[in-house]
Design a protein around this ligand. Structure first.
Ligand code: 3HC
Ligand code: NAI
Length: 643
């Protein structure tokens, strides 16, 4: 096995390189290895200072996240990184941390234990532990406020967002930005500081003074709002607050207690599962190793409606020039107005500079013809959800595209194989199902048709990553994965209203459980007519004798299409604020009476159980059917059920 850590000498400077691919995590052997090499460098009379650097793409991305499950299950003892970091800080020769890529979690904590930090311009530093349901567990909450100040430390530890290199220098986390070669710059820096007394972060208390208690109150309010129900952000704030009240050692003990509480929580278990889940979906079992994704450097989108506009922005945001085609000038102008408005809003809110917004907009070329489509590496169709319309579009573009161009459909429910049958090259056809709003939502379902070529799958998956999405491969079936799972969840919510729960109770119970919105509120937002159309389209797949809710069709017959109609499951005022509708309650009662459905008092617990179990069960069926690749084998069964 290759060495995890190695020591070299550049005249009077020792260089310790961590080489633990892929991200130099502090897995077993790494801290011990660094500590042993530090000792060796100290013993070497010719060494005046020590540089610690990461091999490959990054400095240290944190503790090895895989270890946490082993600790919780008792398979491995919980090893503390505190003594290791104290050994760095107490080293008798200056230790300079050279940061590129990411210094995250335990990586930043290691960097902060060094006497100095130099950083490459593209690097990021952060304490993202809260995203895993944890808090920094190696004195991050104690050293960060000492370097960056309490407000910045609270923001970084409770929010989990990283900051770029320049900001790291501005706030005091890093001492110098190295524009050229990082190692050479770090060595030069080391020679400069070698004669000076090395500062210990844990003794730098000046930024801990005069902190207004309101800072913590406001941070807790914000954390409760942004991470409803999440415990780790609040624990992170407690730990940083401890730094302002306790000595460094006492603060570290408090941090360790809070870390352990988080580590053994179900929230942390779930978020760590999600972390690896999001990475596992990128691996396609059975995809031959020699299949390489094609480079996507030009794109085209057909349709500038709700989805087409968002998809065009997604390409532009990733620096990929994109043509947007419409059938009529007014539709094109409407779509472009929305795109321009979105960029203007982002610039006004400071999320983008004016120059960036303009540059992104300049990547989008609106037009009414297929001009330039023969240059595109991918074409995404986002026209009306109608098989005949989509087939006509695929037949048309088949005649003009260059060989190797990926032909993608954004259909949310239609049969990809049926659409592909109209294309000259069905093997180039794939589903890329973006979610609304497409430039914001992270999920991208990549839907594999019966004839989709492996290279096209690889290209669509790689494109997803390039666009900043989590791409998930799905087989071809009604609703694919996401919408197929939502259908029984929503149906259960609708049954509950027929059985006696109020719309407000159903929405509130699931909101309290942790959903961003209740299911019937989502239904009203999406438009009940969408579900109506889909039910008609897929009526042929329904198994006889299986219960279906009656209310959704009745609401649609009354034109109660949800928010846009001012009424659906709830009533909506001009600002789209919902209120309970007595007419709906009466309709639910009447419907139940006529159908012989007994009405009763329903507890919130039953609402949550029935809706969430419906989601889980459908998820299991999706796995069983091989529609999700998670535990799968190629080829995925691709049959679109037919009656
Ligand atoms: N531990 C173990 N494996 C890790 C890891 C970590 N900290 N960080 C990333 N990996 C693995 C991923 O699982 C993936 O493995 P795979 O190839 O087998 O799927 C591989 O490294 C590459 O990761 P990405 O696909 O995410 O690569 P990117 O280049 O897109 O991103 C990154 C790199 C920005 C470093 C990103 O991986 C990341 O944000 N990692 C998590 C960082 C983190 O949360 N650190 C805190 C850990 S907890 C901690 O340190 C506690 C401490 O306070 C004691
Ligand atoms: P939309 O109605 O807002 O936009 C469709 C656009 O396509 C219209 O502007 C129309 O003029 C244009 N169009 C129709 N035929 C065309 C052609 N031959 N050439 C060029 N443009 C043409 O529809 P929306 O909501 O954007 O949906 C598009 C696709 O995305 C559908 O397949 C839909 O199911 C899917 N989808 C929709 C989601 C949503 O929330 N709206 C979410 C995910 C997928």
């Amino acid at each position: 096995m290759a060495e995890l850590v190695r020591l070299t000498r550049q005249d009077d400077i020792a260089v310790i390189t961590i080489d633990n691919p892929p991200v130099n995590a502090l897995g077993p052997g790494v801290p011990e290895g660094i500590q042993a090499l530090l000792h060796e460098a100290v013993q070497d009379g010719g060494v005046r200072a020590i540089v610690l650097i990461g091999a490959g793409q990054t400095f240290i991305a944190g503790a090895d996240i895989r270890e946490f499950a082993k600790i919780v299950s008792g398979e491995r003892p919980r090893l503390s990184l505190y003594p290791f970091l104290l050994a760095i800080e107490d080293c008798s020769k200056p230790v300079i941390m050279a940061i590129h890529g990411a210094a995250f979690g335990g990586g930043l904590e290691t960097a902060m234990a060094g006497h100095y930090r130099v950083i490459a311009p593209g690097a990021q530093v952060g304490q993202p532990e809260v995203k895993l349901g944890l808090i920094p567990g190696a004195a991050g909450t104690q050293r960060l406020p000492r370097l960056a100040g309490v407000a910045k430390a609270v923001e970084m530890c409770a929010g989990g967002q990283s900051i770029p290199a320049r900001e790291a220098v501005e706030v005091g986390i890093a001492d110098s930005l190295i524009e050229g070669g990082l190692l050479e710059g770090a060595i030069a820096f080391a020679r400069e500081v070698a004669p000076k007394p090395a500062p210990k972060t844990r003794e730098r208390n000046e930024k801990l003074r005069d902190v207004h208690p309101a800072l913590f109150t406001m941070a807790r309010e914000k954390a409760r709002k942004l991470g409803r129900g999440m415990t780790a952000p609040l624990a992170a704030i407690d730990a940083v607050e401890a730094a302002t009240r306790l000595t460094f050692d006492e603060g570290c003990r408090r941090e360790a207690e809070l870390f352990d509480e988080c580590l053994y929580s179900s929230q942390s278990r779930a978020l760590i599962h999600a972390f690896f889940g999001e990475r596992t979906v990128a691996k396609i079992p059975g995809l031959p190793k020699d299949v390489k994704p094609a480079e996507i450097s030009r794109a085209a989108v057909i349709g500038a409606g709700t989805m087409g506009g968002g998809i065009a922005m997604t390409f532009a945001n990733a620096g990929i020039p994109v043509i947007v085609k419409e059938t009529a000038a007014d539709a094109l102008e409407r779509g472009m107005d929305i795109i321009r408005g979105n960029y203007a809003k982002s610039a006004a809110k400071g999320r983008l500079s004016q120059a960036d917004a303009e540059q992104r907009l300049a990547h989008i070329t609106p037009q009414l013809t297929y001009e330039g489509f023969d240059q595109a590496d991918i074409i995404v169709e986002a026209v009306f959800e109608n098989t005949a319309v989509k087939k006509q579009v695929f037949a048309e573009i088949g005649k003009i595209v260059k060989p190797g161009c990926v032909l993608a459909s954004n259909t949310s429910s239609l049969d990809i194989d049926e659409i592909a049958s109209a294309a000259a090259h069905p093997d180039m056809v794939i589903g890329t199902h973006f979610f609304s709003p497409a430039h914001v939502m992270r999920l991208l379902e990549v839907v594999r048709g019966r004839e989709t070529a492996p290279g096209v799958i690889a290209t669509a998956m790689a494109l997803g990553k390039k666009l900043g999405k989590v791409a998930v491969l799905a087989g071809n079936c009604p609703g694919f994965i996401g919408n197929r799972m939502v259908a029984p969840y929503l149906r259960e919510a609708q049954f509950l209203v027929e059985e006696g729960a109020s719309v407000e109770q159903v929405n509130q119970a699931l909101y309290n459980f942790g959903m961003a919105m209740g299911p019937l509120a989502v239904d009203d937002l999406a438009g009940l007519d969408i579900g109506w159309a889909i039910r008609k389209e897929f009526a042929r797949f329904e198994k006889p004798g299986v219960r279906q809710p009656r209310l959704p069709d009745l609401l649609c017959e009354l034109r109660r299409f949800g928010q846009k109609a001012g009424r659906g499951w709830s009533l909506y005022d001009a600002d789209r604020k919902p209120s309970a509708d007595p007419e709906l309650a009466a309709l639910a009662e009447k419907t139940a009476r006529e159908a012989g459905i007994p009405r009763r008092t329903i507890l919130d617990e039953e609402i949550v159980d029935r809706c969430i179990y419906a989601l889980i069960n459908e998820g299991a069926r999706i796995l069983e059917d091989g529609i999700a690749a998670a535990r799968c084998f190629m080829p995925i069964p691709l049959d679109f059920p037919t009656s």
